[in-house]
Design a protein. Structure first.
Length: 149
């Protein structure tokens, strides 16, 4: 993303008002629909049940009503790349479900490997998103330059 559209990364990810930064991760929190606040019985739920309920009222920050997802396909994370709603998943036959599960596992593995590899490299360099986001961006730009060589 940094190499393809740095301005987008800065404005819509790093500096997004709902962005949660940790040393090696950025999470842009979903928008929770106001109807969630009107659910009076949520206090009786366990933390897991309450989280599931909150997620059911959540809408991705990058989802635009008329157009759908506004992210470039290459900017999508593993959830975006593997999500299929329950009503569609329920219509899949057994072979299709197995294929979906295999595909989802492959996508998650790919993301986990990327995350581990680059998190360790950033640790070795002594840089992170909290202390020096510019250095992290430079690190990823350097990788792109090496890829071209």
């Amino acid at each position: 993303m940094i190499n393809k559209d740095e301005a987008f990364f800065l404005k819509h990810i790093l500096h997004h008002p709902k962005a949660l930064l940790s040393p090696y991760h950025i999470t842009v929190q979903a928008q929770v629909h106001s109807d969630y606040e009107r659910v009076f019985w949520k206090e009786s739920l366990s933390k897991l049940e309450a989280d599931d309920l909150r997620h059911s009222y959540s809408i991705c920050q990058f989802f635009k009503n008329e157009k759908g997802c506004s992210l470039h396909p290459s900017f999508k994370n593993s959830v975006c790349r593997s999500f299929i709603c329950l009503s569609i998943e329920a219509r899949l036959n057994e072979d299709e479900r197995e294929s979906l599960h295999s595909w989802t596992q492959m996508i998650k593995h790919e993301e986990m490997l990327f995350q581990r590899t680059h998190e360790q490299a950033l640790m070795d360099l002594g840089i992170n998103l909290l202390s020096d986001p510019s250095a992290v961006m430079d690190y990823f730009k350097t990788l792109q330059d090496k890829k071209r060589d």
